[in-house]
Design a protein around this ligand. Sequence first.
Ligand SMILES: [Zn+2]
Length: 363
Amino acid sequence: MKKLFFLLLLVGALGMGAMAQTKNTKTENIVLITFDGLRWQELFKGADSLMIDDTGMIDRAGSLLSDFWHPDPIKRREMLFPFFWNTIAKQGQIYGNRAFGNLVDNSNTMWFSYPGYNEVLSGFADDARINSNSKINNPNVTFLEHLNQMPSYKGKVMAFGSWDVFPYIINEERSGIPVNAGFDLAVGNDLTDVEKTVNRMQQEIRGPWDGVRLDPFTHHYALEAIKKHKPKVLYIAYGETDDWAHGGKYDQYLWSARQTDKYIKEVWETLQADPQYKDKTTLIISVDHGRGITKSSWKGHGSNIPEAGQIWLMAMGPDTPATGEMKMEGQWSSSMVARTVFQLLGLDYPDAKAAPAVKEMIK
Ligand SMILES: [Zn+2]
């Protein structure tokens, strides 16, 4: 009898142990940030000598050359992305420097935005159905939507984007995830002073493009949402870099890229100052596509530009080894983000079609 009782205790203890062990990771919150069409060439080598002196802006105060040029590409990239190279490169991981054979590529063969974001968010390319930038609700379920269906994340998933197609990519209608994108204002009857000011500024400053707002609006709405709503899963999609590039404005592309690095620093510092997030949040930074490499093709992307599927990827958080700039040979893809997010949260990704996780990102 005594033996049986002990055996039951043992079985009970093992059962409890197994339950308690289902989550082996420290990540409780995920912040995904994307950077539209930022090339790996600038990320790893800084401003490009082919374009930097061709903008007609170099004589202006705070000139492009003094802000971004140094003969050493390592110095140059730190001038352009101080947070990435001084913080993420020390505390996190940066993938995609092709000089080391460290390759990150799109899985889709379109090499433009909607297919790129679909891939990052749902975990797989879908070239048969996602082959335009049209405002069509995504038939694929994104990792954001999968999380929003789970009791512990429901209502705690939010998205902010500069491009007005994000409500369709995330399928706001079906997923129920609030998406503030394009020229959306902050809404509700509990608006903070910051949200009221940003709403007013956004109505006064239209910016140069029809479907894409300037990134400060996206950033400040998202930053305020971190403080106000404390989402467990947050997606911020900055957009300016791609539109400046299409316009051939290399100066604006660089300034915008550096400003986005500053915004990401501000997001990270805000997270680390809050006990809900501090040392319990993984930041993943990704991109939808690459661009060309010549004086004209850098402006564009798409399957007719051979280098436009070449991209990059970063992560930093409590479960990610601080290996910095990745120098091992190998092949990664932005479609690996979705399953990686789930594994960081201690979950299995529910869609078998999704690419494997980036195993190097998880201790
Ligand atoms: Zn584009």
